[in-house]
Design a protein around this ligand. Structure first.
Ligand SMILES: Cc1cc2nc3c(=O)[nH]c(=O)nc-3n(C[C@H](O)[C@H](O)[C@H](O)COP(=O)(O)OP(=O)(O)OC[C@H]3O[C@@H](n4cnc5c(N)ncnc54)[C@H](O)[C@@H]3O)c2cc1C
Length: 382
């Protein structure tokens, strides 16, 4: 068992950490007001090799392992949780496209996505199908050598900013269930596509909204994988994104804890630094314990993926615990800062609202616990 980082990983973490400190953290709150992620910043991240570094070099990736990609994303989230959505969506969709797109489609799109020139989204959820995603209704109808899409995707992160989306559509009948679903890479500027944004309480720079398809036409070549295999593909992809989400949330927890330890040394009450009171330091000590446990779980899950070992239950653990724990830690850190923590001079309020969304997005805690229970009870079936 080796918990050390390689020299390459240390260099990557150091360069992402510097970028997060200097280029992301200072404008985290300003980006919420701007309600978008500056494209030139994303291009800068692409040039530094920060987007999809685990993807193959032939597509513009660095061919690194998934642990390295997670370590990098964690640093980006330390500076700006919302910007880290770009890393998350690039890794999740990039992996699906690299594994399942036709060679010319992957060669056209992936290099642009990894250079930060194109933003990608994932569109699974519909008004009538969230947790029970296999019930989705968005219809793909054959039209000669192409497909036409009809229906609505909703609650899609980056809905209005993305240039393309991995879209899951029903190519079979509803009676086929999950086996009637196919995936497509869809450029979002096609005729027959329109988009709207929601007025969310958090992640406003990411933006969440609906995408409407009214006969948008797609060449058959844009299908990802085989017809009817779309659902299987997305479920495998989510095992990856769930571990990354855990680390994304731990990045924000780390930033909040670092600021809080420092504050407990600076702020005085009753003639001494508040950190001298165990009532102040013990909750932070507890938070550090949970933080270490959750972060180690996330890295172990990515390590399992790198070893091509099963990690579905572990990924679901990262996904339900990471966002919940991060919210609890941010809450504690806000309280540690007293009245100041409640104000806009600190980022705790925004961090809480931003992280909260991922207690729902990518699957709720209940659904994650169903997955864990299913995996474990299968081992003990008589
Ligand atoms: C910030 C954010 C970002 C998102 N980004 C995306 C995105 O990029 N792409 C995308 O496709 N979707 C996205 N989503 C949608 C998200 O994946 C769904 O909201 C989520 O899967 C839950 O679906 P639902 O909201 O329809 O809730 P429902 O499925 O209607 O569930 C409602 C409640 O019932 C509970 N519940 C449902 N079934 C069960 C059960 N069997 N047992 C116990 N409890 C149950 C759920 O846990 C939940 O609390 C995002 C959502 C958020 C909030």
């Amino acid at each position: 068992m080796d918990f050390g980082l390689t020299e390459e990983q240390k260099a990557l973490v150091e360069s992402a950490s510097r970028f997060a400190r200097e280029r992301l953290a200072p404008d985290y709150q300003a980006r919420e007001r701007a309600e978008c992620i500056d494209r030139s910043l994303v291009v800068e991240m692409g040039a530094l090799g920060f987007l999809g570094p685990e993807l193959p070099e032939r597509f513009g990736g660095l061919g690194l392992d998934c642990v390295s990609s997670g370590l990098l994303l964690e640093q980006i989230a330390h500076g700006d949780f919302n910007v880290a959505y770009v890393n998350l969506l690039t890794s999740l969709c990039g992996q699906i496209i690299a594994s399942h797109a036709q060679a010319d489609v992957a060669s056209e799109w992936l290099p642009q996505i990894l250079r930060g020139e194109k933003l990608i989204a994932i569109a699974l959820t519909e008004p009538g199908a969230g947790s029970d995603a296999a019930r989705l209704k968005l219809k793909a109808v054959r039209d000669g050598d192409s497909w036409r899409l009809y229906g609505e995707k909703t609650s899609i992160s980056m809905a209005t900013q993305a240039d393309a989306a991995v879209v899951f559509a029903r190519t079979g009948s509803e009676a086929d269930g999950a086996r009637g679903i196919s995936a497509f890479l869809v450029p979002l500027d096609l005729p027959g596509i329109s988009r709207t944004t929601f007025d969310d309480i958090g992640t406003r720079p990411v933006g969440r909204g609906s995408i409407f398809f009214d006969g948008a036409q797609l060449d058959n070549a844009w299908m990802l994988g085989a017809e009817g295999q779309g659902f299987v593909q997305v479920m495998q992809g989510f095992d990856y994104s769930r571990a990354l989400i855990g680390l994304q949330c731990m990045g924000v927890a780390r930033a909040s804890l670092d600021e809080s330890w420092q504050y407990t040394q600076e702020r005085e009450a009753f003639g001494k630094p508040i950190g001298d009171f165990q009532g102040v330091s013990f909750p932070l000590a507890e938070a550090e314990t949970y933080y270490q446990a959750c972060r180690t779980l996330c890295l172990h899950t990515l390590w399992l993926k790198d070893q091509q070992l099963p990690h579905t239950a572990e990924a679901a653990m990262c996904k339900w615990w990471g966002p919940k724990l991060a919210c609890e830690i941010i809450h504690q850190c806000l309280l540690t800062h007293g009245h100041g923590g409640y104000g806009g001079d600190y980022a705790f309020g925004q961090r809480y609202r931003d992280v909260l969304g991922l207690q729902i997005g990518d699957g709720t805690a209940n659904i994650m616990k169903m997955i864990i229970a299913r995996q474990h009870s299968a081992k003990h079936r008589i």
